[in-house]
Design a protein around this ligand. Sequence first.
Ligand SMILES: Cc1cc2nc3c(=O)[nH]c(=O)nc-3n(C[C@H](O)[C@H](O)[C@H](O)COP(=O)(O)OP(=O)(O)OC[C@H]3O[C@@H](n4cnc5c(N)ncnc54)[C@H](O)[C@@H]3O)c2cc1C
Length: 399
Amino acid sequence: MNVDIVIVGAGPSGLCLARSLSGQGLTIAVIEQQSLDAISNPAFDGREIALTQSSASAMKDLGLWQLIEPQAISQLRDAKILDGRSQFEMLIPHQLSKYQELGWLISNHVIRKAAYDATQEANDLHHDITLIPGRKVIKVKTSQQIAGVVLDDQTEISAKLVVAADNRFSTTRRMMGIAADMHDFGRNMLVCCMTHDTPHDHIAWEWFDYGQTLALLPMNPDPETGRYRSSVVITVASDEAEELMKLNPEAFSRNAKERFGNRLGEMDLVSTIHSYPLVSVYPKRLVGTRFATVGDAAVGMHPVTAHGFNFGLLGVQKLSKEILGAHRVGKDIGDQALLLRYERTHRLKTKPLFLMTRLITEIYTKESPPAKFLRKALLHVSEKLTPFKKSIALSLTGR
Ligand SMILES: Cc1cc2nc3c(=O)[nH]c(=O)nc-3n(C[C@H](O)[C@H](O)[C@H](O)COP(=O)(O)OP(=O)(O)OC[C@H]3O[C@@H](n4cnc5c(N)ncnc54)[C@H](O)[C@@H]3O)c2cc1C
């Protein structure tokens, strides 16, 4: 089989890239190890994705947003940061941006479904995307002249460019000999949906407590009971996470209520709980010979600053702009200069927040008395620094 571009991975980033390249006279193959059923009807995975205003625009341009039911999109109006057991809060109001809300929240499985459906719509129109589900890429071969992959059934696909969108531990990236800096935080993030008594007013919480980090992502009311509903995120040491996962729903709900210091009143678990180990990854290179990475394969963010998929979309926009720009004037879409331009701009956009996120998590997980003093002082000073808060608001809107 011969195509112009092979994309490894039909996660949201890989599918969005296929969608953005469709209809331009290029042929695309998307290889996915999961079954067709798993990607066309993705299961709930606990993740509620905070999307910037820029990502919302990108999703509209790609036709994903229009495929999502309005009640599945929740407003993220403001955000607040809390520290320890103090009642003090640093508020990031939407008024610091030019929007009515800082961003939006959509469940990851809903985004994945929209990305799949948008890709199918594009293919029905242009017949230029070949989706190969249930197959794993086991080999990548690239040279100055040509690139290609081998699948686990020994099928060979040649192309002008191979793009890895196969998650932060990208095996394709490894096969290309690209090293990556990985940091294991030794913690797990538990995510689930809970209903509660106290209104969230569409304010997202990031609470750097002692021994745990909590987050609350405001969702639309529970469709069955009409109660306030949020995505609850509990970050604790991996062994503690394992113990929490063993609790029955009632015990877990009581535990969460206590962790949140009763600030949300009665809390009830209304979904399954999902656990994610916290490992951030930044590859040494984002591209190679006739090879590029996008999505988590390019930048594996710590979720605390909620930018993983936002950066994924940014990478998709930048890479497809470069590819289509070259294709329109009859240039080689696997050209090294093009790939290096993509690498440079994507690094510039992502590296500062990647490093900042590491710093924040390091400062706000230390618990010695001087560290606690520093944490509190930083938050109080930041609350008074409007330009600093404005820069956080702009980062959350993606502008
Ligand atoms: C708890 C949590 C909360 C998050 N919150 C946010 C948030 O608020 N905002 C935000 O922007 N981001 C957030 N993220 C990050 C976001 O979920 C990811 O950035 C996004 O899902 C990555 O998409 P992807 O397509 O790059 O990778 P993935 O979704 O990991 O998809 C990769 C695909 O590649 C396939 N694959 C892998 N290897 C192969 C192979 N060899 N051959 C074929 N197929 C292969 C896999 O099966 C998979 O389908 C969060 C992440 C977590 C864990």
